[in-house]
Design a protein around this ligand. Structure first.
Ligand code: AHR
Length: 629
């Protein structure tokens, strides 16, 4: 098989946003995951106020906890604990399926508290499930005013399932709220920040954009539980918590303790996007709750507050510090604008109710903010395609960028690598905003992320890349999952309280994003694109600045393929890199215990202008870096 690449004929430009990430607080991705808070229900605002908290039962401990509700003092966070102690009394917090602590690492404890009566000091202890002490510190100096108090402690042992015990010692009553524990070593060392190892996994992807905050949580089960960005900014202790839409009651996916504290809110999302050099893509509720749940919609004549939220968000991100929302951004530590360019209206909505509401958003936003590119939805499934209702209507409205979602079996991905070849070049552009190949269920959490599913995505993505004039953004979904607290799988990155593991699918995404290029190059065999003929898929891009081409080749057969590459414009006789992803078995997957079952391997090769022989391993994905003259 001879494959021809015209590296001397750079084609359409590839958007810098082409390969990005989709973030949603599902599977403990934010609370219990990326947001490094280790105390669950720190502000006693879960629907059961003492959820995750227990009195320490031990001889000699004497006291009681009362939950007070004081709405006028703090409407967003009205509850606090009133702890009365007679000698010594303790409360323990279970964390998010335990707390992961590392030997020698420091942890920041804090709480808001006041001494209501008497004189009480605090002793803070990390303990193992067997009751072994893993670190300790003390905290005093409470007085009659509500203040934030801090103390730090160091773990003496590594333990994935530690818990926190807070002892109150003395006589009297302490009122306490926002009882919190964070690792000191967060991403960029920010106090109260993000889990470093998880952000590092994202940084390695070099994502072109970050879509946040979801997903279905944008919509909420009903409108009262929709995501409202204004409630996620400002001081963490004044952000109003809500139940997570993924707080489910199904068997092992059970997460009745899943709430959104919004410690990771819109400011932090923008900051993360900036840290990673990614374009921020916030998605806002369009006046509709999840169509799979209540399907509640706001009356059209009451949509204004939703549209105002969009206008205010643009002001928060880009406005001068003299504006109300621009000032809040500055007060939170970021006077410079975040340079927002894209805004999503609604998630995964598709019928006439959606079009009616999108129209009203677009009318206002296009007039007031023509600089912002609006992203609209088109629904779920393999549809959400050009000929569907939402697509047709959005096209009439000149919608610039339409979000398509497809969670389908691997075979569908193999068969649809040409999906975008015939899309109207003059119509709206595509955001492949949520996709993943869904293989059969298996018991272990990480086991649906098989090599087969990743191979199917690699094959399909050649078609996304080849059509980069139409496809401007793509993201696998969902992004994160805690091995003990997931509601949906497969997912791109798995983690527990101490470790993370990248899936085979992650390595596919990483190869595309790290070898993204600037222009599409023609790549053919017998004059045709490779979209599965003879079990081969291929795409190629040029990186104008680096003066290299990246050729991506997917062999889905169980046989080795010998191919000959003819690359016009190649710098011949140079050493170059060949990176291959391959596995011993199509059903191999990575786990926390065995993270490298499917892992990229690199080798070197010598370039040749014509007749350059290469072999493609059975069921493999290969990226060849080609220096260009
Ligand atoms: O990614 C999981 C869910 O799939 C998203 O929340 C939703 O948009 C889609 O249905």
């Amino acid at each position: 098989q001879t494959i021809t690449v015209q590296a001397n004929k750079p084609g359409v430009a590839i958007q810098p946003t082409m390969w990005g990430i989709f973030f949603e607080d599902i599977n403990f991705a934010a609370d219990g995951g990326l947001y490094a808070e280790m105390v669950k229900n720190r502000s006693f605002e879960f629907s059961v106020p003492m959820m995750a908290w227990k009195e320490v039962k031990r001889e000699g401990l004497k006291g009681k906890t009362l939950i007070n509700n004081h709405k006028t003092a703090n409407p967003a966070n009205p509850r606090y604990a009133s702890i009365t102690v007679d000698g010594q009394y303790g409360l323990s917090n279970e964390g998010f399926r335990g707390m992961g602590v590392k030997q020698g690492a420091a942890y920041d404890f804090s709480l808001w508290a006041r001494q209501a009566s008497g004189n009480v000091k605090l002793r803070i202890v990390l303990v193992s499930p067997a009751g072994e002490k893993l670190g300790e510190t003390t905290l005093g100096g409470l007085n009659g005013e509500w203040n934030k108090h801090t103390a730090s402690l160091t773990a003496t042992k590594t333990e994935a399932k530690a818990k926190l015990e807070v002892y109150f010692e003395g006589n009297g009553t302490v009122e306490a709220d926002m009882i919190s524990l964070f690792p000191k070593d967060t991403w960029k060392g920010r106090p109260g920040g993000l889990r470093k190892d998880l952000v590092e996994k994202l940084a390695e992807l070099k994502p072109g954009f970050i879509r946040f905050p979801g997903g279905c949580i944008v919509e909420g089960r009903d409108l009262s539980n929709r995501y409202q960005w204004k409630k996620t900014v400002g001081k963490p202790e004044e952000r109003e918590l809500i139940i997570n839409r993924w707080n489910t009651e199904f068997s092992h996916r059970n997460a009745p303790d899943y709430f959104q504290t919004f410690g990771l809110g819109f400011f932090e999302y923008f900051q993360l996007a900036e840290d990673l050099g990614s374009t921020a893509l916030p998605i806002l509720n369009c006046g509709m709750a999840c169509q799979y749940n209540t399907g509640e919609v706001v009356a059209l004549d009451e949509l204004d507050p939703y549209i105002q939220d969009a206008l205010d968000l643009i002001e928060f991100a880009n406005g001068s510090t003299a504006t109300k929302w621009g000032k809040l951004r500055a007060d939170m530590g970021h006077p410079a604008p975040f340079n927002l360019k894209y805004l999503g209206i609604g998630n995964e909505q598709w019928d006439v109710q959606y079009i009616d509401r999108y129209k009203l958003f677009a009318e206002v936003l296009e007039k007031k903010h023509p600089e912002i590119v609006l992203v609209s939805g088109s629904g779920p499934g393999a549809s959400g395609k050009e000929f569907d209702f939402a697509w047709k209507e959005l096209k009439k409205l000149n919608a610039p960028l339409i979000d398509e979602h497809y969670y389908r079996p691997p075979e569908w991905f193999f068969q649809n690598a040409a999906r975008y070849d015939n899309y109207d070049r003059k119509g709206p552009k595509v955001f492949a905003g949520e996709y993943a190949a869904h293989a059969k269920e298996q018991p272990q959490a990480e086991s649906r992320n098989t090599w087969l599913s990743a191979l199917a995505e690699a094959a399909f993505m050649t078609g996304l890349e080849r059509n980069a004039d139409v496809v401007h953004m793509c993201s696998y979904a969902p992004l994160f999952a805690h091995v003990e607290a997931w509601q949906w799988r497969p997912d791109l990155i798995w983690f527990d309280n101490l470790q993370t593991v990248a899936t085979p699918n992650y390595y596919v995404q990483k190869a595309y994003a790290n070898y993204a290029g600037t222009n599409v190059l023609p790549i053919t065999a017998n004059g045709k694109f490779l979209t599965g003929q003879d079990s081969l898929y291929a795409s190629a891009v040029l990186d104008k600045k680096a003066k290299v081409a990246y050729i991506k080749l997917v062999n889905i057969s169980s046989q080795t393929k010998n191919i000959t590459l003819d690359v016009a414009g190649i710098a011949a006789n140079k050493d170059t890199k060949v990176e291959t992803l391959v596995a011993s078995d199509l059903y191999s997957y990575n786990t926390l215990e065995k993270p490298k079952e499917v892992y990229p391997v690199s080798s070197t090769a010598k370039t040749q202008a014509k007749g350059w022989k290469n072999t493609l391993a059975p069921s493999s994905f290969t990226v060849i870096t080609v220096p260009i003259k």
